[in-house]
Design a protein around this ligand. Structure first.
Ligand code: NZQ
Ligand code: ZN
Length: 384
């Protein structure tokens, strides 16, 4: 096991009716800016529950954070925070709203041009406190310190990370999932699955606890993921999917193990250039990354094949082929396409995305930094 320091300070309020816990989770004297997206929270009762819980607080609202939150929109919220003196941010939404709020919380107190936080990795020295009401289980953003922001003018989609923007608390009520469109439910299951794979499918370091936790998450997502669609979904299925997504990227399974994230870096470029949903890009890239990295990932691929998929590994090469095919079949089982051509895209994608990767310095991806631009090009060409 590798050395690590681990803390996850986000308090989780999990379960039905927990939105009411906002009343006591946010300091009474805070001036709260409630930030949300395109308005889904106004149709499903979440907005009403939030306003009831904040009845005795002073608060205002900022609407319109879009999927793949833009720097441009976030800066409008930053102006509002500065002009009106808000000192607490409450994100109500999915990963995009939460990521946007992390950037707003940091940018509001940033001395200088806030884009530098993303474009130049400028140090964040302070941030406003942040709380979350999660409406879409997928990214894990509700209890981690990462954020990904897009600049629509320049086709940049760039991450930043600081514990200063880690949410103080997150409310996870599985009932909010009832109004999620099937496309977003599938996105959530696939994103959580791929987050787990990015931290599990590398090379063994004898980290038994992390491996078994990761395998538990993969199994849960494979068992419950396909059942999360439709009208008659049980509370238990929703609860298990929601908690898996949070646990997949809250730091726990990634502590003390090598991590990959190559699929994500290529995926972010596909979103920046072609506008595909985040998880749609992952379902295309991951199976091809597994093929390309078959040798360096061999031991873990066999472990995955045996323990998660229950495959016979007496013929290791055949087992690895089957494991990759079954991973892709799992994505299909939640109605998630796995090819560029499913979105009308073809070989032209390779040059464009490789140029983006080069521009962003993503020239040595993966746990061994061995995924060169040529390998990324192969992955993309094979993804057609
Ligand atoms: O905007 P509203 O009206 O809320 O609608 C949203 C949006 O259109 C809708 N939605 C959310 N909850 C709903 C709902 N519709 C009905 N009922 C509900 N309960 O869903 C749509 C998509 O929302 P979005 O927040 O964009 O999705 P997701 O949670 O998948 O977030 C994706 C973003 O997170 C980033 C991605 O790159 C992408 O920008 N990621 C963030 C990470 C992190 N911070 O750790 C890690 C991830 O790997 C990822 O990169
Ligand atoms: Zn992701």
């Amino acid at each position: 096991m590798l050395n690590f320091s681990f803390v996850n300070p986000t308090q989780i309020h999990f379960g039905e009716g927990q939105i009411s816990s906002l009343t006591s989770s946010i300091p009474q004297d805070a001036k709260v800016l409630v930030v949300y997206g395109g308005g889904s929270i106004k149709k499903n009762g979440v907005y009403e529950q939030v306003s009831n819980a904040l009845n005795a607080h002073t608060w205002g609202e900022f609407a319109g954070i879009e999927p793949n939150p833009s720097y441009q929109t976030c800066m409008q919220a930053v102006a509002m925070v500065r002009e009106q003196g808000y000192d607490y941010i409450l994100a109500v939404g999915g990963g995009s709203v939460i990521d946007g709020c992390k950037f707003i919380a940091a940018a509001a107190l940033f001395d200088g041009e806030p884009w530098d936080i993303l474009g130049k990795g400028a140090e964040v020295k302070s941030a406003l406190p942040l709380g979350v009401v999660l409406t879409l289980p997928a990214t894990g953003s509700e209890s981690n310190s990462f954020s990904v922001i897009s600049n629509k003018d320049t086709n940049d989609k760039l991450p930043f990370a600081t514990t200063l923007v880690q949410p103080q608390f997150a409310v996870l009520d599985p009932d909010v999932m009832k109004t999620l469109p099937e496309r977003q439910l599938a996105n959530g299951v696939v994103d959580a699955f791929v987050h787990t794979m990015e931290q599990y499918l590398t090379y063994p370091v004898n980290a038994k606890v992390q491996d078994r936790f990761a395998e538990g998450l993969l199994l849960t997502l494979m068992e419950e993921g396909p059942s999360v669609f439709g009208q008659d979904v049980s509370y238990e299925v929703r609860a298990n999917v929601m908690w898996s997504a949070t646990m997949a990227l809250n730091g726990l399974i990634g502590a003390g193990v090598p991590q990959d994230w190559g699929t994500h870096m290529i995926g972010h470029e596909l979103t920046a250039v072609y506008g595909l949903d985040h998880a749609q890009t992952l379902a295309i890239v991951l199976p091809r990354m597994m093929e390309e990295q078959k040798e360096p990932k061999r031991d873990k691929l066999l472990q995955y094949a045996q323990r998660v998929l229950g495959l016979d590994t007496s013929d290791p090469d055949a087992a690895i082929e089957q494991a990759i095919a079954k991973t892709e079949a799992f994505f299909h089982s939640v109605n998630m396409p796995t090819r560029l051509r499913d979105y009308g895209l073809g070989e032209e994608v390779a040059d464009k995305i490789v140029a983006q990767l080069e521009r962003h310095g993503m020239t040595a991806l993966g746990e061994h930094q061995s995924v060169t631009l040529d390998k990324s090009r192969n992955i993309l060409l094979r993804s057609v």
